[in-house]
Design a protein around this ligand. Structure first.
Ligand SMILES: C[S@@+](CC[C@H](N)C(=O)[O-])C[C@H]1O[C@@H](n2cnc3c(N)ncnc32)[C@H](O)[C@@H]1O
Length: 279
C-alpha cells in the first residue's frame, strides 16, 4: 500500500516527519530521548515549527500552500496552519485501517451498510476510512473550516457523492438532538480535545465532560451496535483510564486499547491512546 507518511526521527522534544515530498520538524513533548539522526540530517527539513516565542514557522515559504498525500489508504489535503497542524494526525493511521476493515466486515455480516458517527472529526480521516469501508457516515466538528477541509478530502477519496452527512455543531448539542429525534448509530468514533470550543463558543473540558459525552454516545448506539472507538491526546489519560470508563459504560463489550504511535524508520513515538469497545 502506498504510504507517504514516515517518522524519520525524534528526540530532544522534536519530531522529524516526511509528508510526501516535504520534511518537517515540529515539537513533540514525549520525545525525551536523544535524536538518532545528525544535526545536518535534521537541517534538511523543508520547514520547522516551534512554540519557543509564540507559535512560529521557519521556512514556511518552502511549503506549497497545500499539497496531497496518501497514507493508510486515505488521501489528504495538507497545509501548514498557524498552529503547526497540517490537517492530519498520522498517529491515527492504525485506527483508520481498523475502522475500514471493521466496517466492511460488519457490512458483510449484516448484508447492509452500517451507520457510523464521527465526533470531533477534524479533517475526516476516520470518516473517510468508514465511508471507504462502506458505511453511511455522519461527520461532526464545531469548526466550519475543518468541515470544509474534510469535504475536500472526501472528494479527493472519490467519496464526493458517498452517503456522508456533514454537521457543524457542538458535539453534545448534536447528540442530544439526535437522541430526541430517535436516531441511532451502529458505530461511534470520538477523539475529544483536552480543551475545545463548540460551534457557538461552548466550552469543552475533557476531565469535566467526558462522562457526559460517553453517556450520550451510549444513548445514541443502535440496538445492534458494532463498536465505539475512543481516542485521546490528553496527558495523563492512559489506556487504563479509558478501559475503566468504557468498561463501566459498556459491560457487555470486549475492550482493546493501546498507545497511538508515530512510526517510520526511527524509534516509535507515542502520541495518545485509543480504546475500542467491540460488541
Ligand atoms: C483532536 S482534534 C480531532 C482529530 C481527529 N480525530 C483526527 O484524528 O483527524 C479535535 C477536534 O474537535 C473539534 N472540537 C472541539 N470542541 C468541539 C465541540 N465542543 N464540539 C465539536 N467539535 C469540537 C475541533 O474543531 C477539532 O477539529
Amino acid at each position: 500500500m502506498k504510504d507517504d507518511y514516515e517518522l524519520l526521527d525524534s528526540g530532544d522534544g522534536r519530531k522529524l516527519e516526511r509528508f510526501g515530498d516535504y520534511v518537517l520538524a515540529r515539537p513533540c513533548s514525549q520525545a525525551m530521548w536523544r535524536p538518532e539522526l545528525s544535526e545536518s540530517e535534521w537541517s534538511r527539513a523543508d520547514a520547522s515549527f516551534d512554540r519557543e516565542d509564540g507559535n512560529r514557522w521557519h521556512g514556511r515559504v518552502n511549503l506549497p500552500k497545500e499539497w496531497r498525500i496518501e497514507t493508510a489508504g486515505v488521501k489528504f489535503k495538507l497545509g501548514g496552519t498557524d498552529f503547526g497542524h497540517l490537517g492530519i494526525f498520522p498517529e491515527q493511521r492504525a485506527q483508520w485501517k481498523w475502522i475500514r476493515s471493521k466496517v466492511a466486515e460488519e457490512g458483510e455480516k449484516r448484508g447492509a451498510k452500517i451507520s457510523v458517527l464521527n465526533l470531533f472529526a477534524y479533517s475526516g480521516g476516520s470518516t473517510m476510512a468508514a465511508a471507504l469501508g462502506g458505511a453511511e457516515a455522519c461527520h461532526l466538528d464545531a469548526s466550519r473550516g475543518m468541515v470544509e477541509w474534510a469535504r475536500e478530502n472526501a472528494v479527493l477519496n472519490g467519496l464526493g457523492s458517498a452517503p456522508i452527512r456533514w454537521i457543524v455543531d457542538d458535539a453534545h448539542k448534536f447528540m442530544k438532538r439526535e437522541i430526541r429525534r430517535g436516531r441511532s448509530y451502529d458505530g461511534i468514533i470520538l477523539d475529544p480535545p483536552t480543551f475545545g470550543r463548540g460551534a457557538s463558543g461552548e466550552m469543552y473540558k475533557i476531565e469535566r465532560d467526558l462522562k457526559e459525552t460517553l453517556g450520550l454516545v451510549r444513548d445514541l448506539l443502535s440496538a445492534n451496535p458494532a463498536f465505539v472507538l475512543f481516542s485521546s491526546h490528553t496527558p495523563g489519560l492512559s489506556c487504563h483510564v479509558a478501559e475503566n470508563v468504557l468498561g463501566q459504560l459498556f459491560p457487555s463489550a470486549s475492550l482493546e486499547s493501546g498507545e497511538m504511535l508515530l512510526e517510520g524508520s526511527a524509534l516509535k513515538c507515542p502520541s495518545g491512546i485509543y480504546c475500542r469497545a467491540i460488541f
